[in-house]
Design a protein around this ligand. Structure first.
Ligand code: F0G
Length: 457
């Protein structure tokens, strides 16, 4: 059969709000033209993020009731630890309430002034946590991974040669860890190949630098390896994931993605000393080592989520739904980052709104208009999120100007996707009318969350 079906049926439904264009224009103004300030009660389709927005299964909901809320030694923690170890193989698993909490602990221990941490592409919170310790975050994604309109199987890959040259230049002693983000969220949810993980590890090993995966979307990455990389078609996704982790010395994870749950995260490591120090910090700020800031029922749901996410019928639907969304947009002629990644469709704002300069935030302008037209929330990943200013105040734009429509897991049906594509197509047809925006207030770190905007007259 050619028709892709959702491999689940719906047991509980949640009403979604329908608003008018007039209401949405007023709401945008009240939200300082930043979608993060919009109230969800006024959003019809929410594609701001795929993080923590998963619909849990009936088994996970049953698991919540079964959660053991003991402060120390909870059986739910041990179930969680077993599920994570089974996939990652790491000796020490330190729970945290979400990915950035794991990052904060790791970089508090490994970061600091003078330290440099490479990645294929750092996610914003990873970069934020590194820079907050006064360390430097650098990206080494391959050239093709920076080009939205070029198709390749593994656009998340690390440029291993550039990485090695850099290590030689700055000295391995200044690089406490190298990260690798699977899939590469900021670069379009693009996967990293097994060969690239292996080659990256080989270079790092030469210089004694540990490799940590930022593994929020490890199952989606593993599924792409199965589909696209020679020698993996007949392996299970679980075997592929296990092999991916076998090359790493540790990981940080936001389990709000491929943990198929609404909250959670962890650090995994084989380094006993690092684990001990991480546990000290954990107790000071997150909670005891068998809950890390989570309700134990959340650990129970995660233990089940880690099994469900490796179900290949689920992954076929998951990656297939995102592809279907991208294909529809391309049929309408809308420029998107190709090929579609694992968790989101990214509009290529440079080609979408050619008349808006990067310093006038074309991606942000598109995101505002898609909300105005269809009540759909998305997120700019471009000059608002990653733009900088040089010493003369000149805007330095990132490689790509994107608008991400992240698809929550198991939440929206085919008609929701069709409705969203139709709204985006309408904005595209009227793209000449799009106006640039300016920032009228911003905080010093991670400005996209709370910055305030106005349209340029
Ligand atoms: N690393 C990556 C690759 C991520 O995508 C995220 C979160 C994090 C780390 C941080 O995890 O949110 O649990 O603290 N990404 C979300 C997103 C927010 O919308 O892509 P967190």
């Amino acid at each position: 059969m050619k028709t892709l079906i959702e491999p689940f049926k719906i047991k509980t439904v949640e009403e979604i709000p329908i608003t008018t264009i007039g209401q949405r224009e007023k709401l945008l103004k009240e939200a300082f033209y930043n979608p993060f300030y919009l109230k969800s009660q006024f959003i019809t389709i929410d594609m701001l993020t795929d993080s923590g927005t998963t619909a849990m299964s009936s088994k996970q909901w049953a698991g919540l009731i079964d959660g053991d809320e003991s402060y120390a030694g909870s059986k739910s923690y041990y179930k969680f630890e077993k599920a994570v170890k089974d996939i990652t193989g790491f000796k020490y698993i330190i729970p945290a309430h979400q990915g950035r909490a794991a990052e904060r602990i790791l970089f508090t221990l490994l970061g600091g002034k003078g330290k440099i941490i490479p990645n294929n592409t750092h996610f914003d919170t990873t970069r934020g946590n590194i820079e907050y310790t006064k360390a430097e975050a650098v990206d080494f994604v391959t050239e093709i991974g920076k080009q939205a309109d070029k198709v390749a199987d593994f656009k998340g890959n690390m440029d291993v040669d550039a990485l090695e040259k850099f290590i030689k230049k700055v000295g391995a002693k200044n690089i406490p860890v190298c990260m690798m983000t699977v899939t590469n969220n900021t670069g379009g949810g693009q996967p990293v190949s097994m060969q690239n993980i292996r080659e990256t590890k080989a270079v790092l090993k030469k210089y004694g630098i540990p490799l940590f995966l930022d593994c929020c979307r490890f199952a989606e990455n593993a599924y792409f390896i199965k589909l696209r990389e020679k020698g993996y078609a007949n392996k299970t996704v679980k075997q592929i994931a296990q092999e991916m982790f076998s090359y790493a010395d540790g990981c940080t994870m936001s389990a709000k993605k491929d943990g198929l749950s609404n909250t959670g995260g962890f650090i995994g490591t084989n380094d006993r000393k690092l684990a001990e120090k991480a546990k000290e910090l954990l107790i000071i700020t997150e909670g005891f080592i068998t809950y890390g800031g989570l309700a134990r029922r959340d650990l129970e749901a995660l233990a089940i989520g880690f099994q469900e996410v490796l179900n290949e019928d689920y992954l076929q639907y998951r990656v297939g739904q995102v592809k279907m969304f991208g294909d529809l947009l391309m049929k309408y002629g809308v420029p998107i980052l190709v090929p579609t990644g694992g968790h989101a469709v990214y509009l290529d704002a440079k080609r979408f709104a050619r008349h808006i300069l990067p310093e006038q935030y074309p991606g942000h302008s598109i995101a505002l208009e898609v909300y105005r037209v269809g009540g759909i929330r998305s997120c700019e990943i471009g000059s608002v999120m990653f733009g900088r200013k040089d010493e003369n105040g000149k805007h330095i734009a990132p490689n790509m100007e994107l608008v991400r429509f992240a698809v929550p897991r198991r939440v929206y049906t085919k008609s929701h996707i069709e409705y969203t594509a139709e709204a985006i197509a309408e904005v595209y047809d009227n793209r000449k009318k799009l106006k640039g925006v300016k920032i009228v207030w911003e905080p010093p770190f991670l400005r996209h969350f709370t910055a305030k905007f106005e349209y340029i007259k």
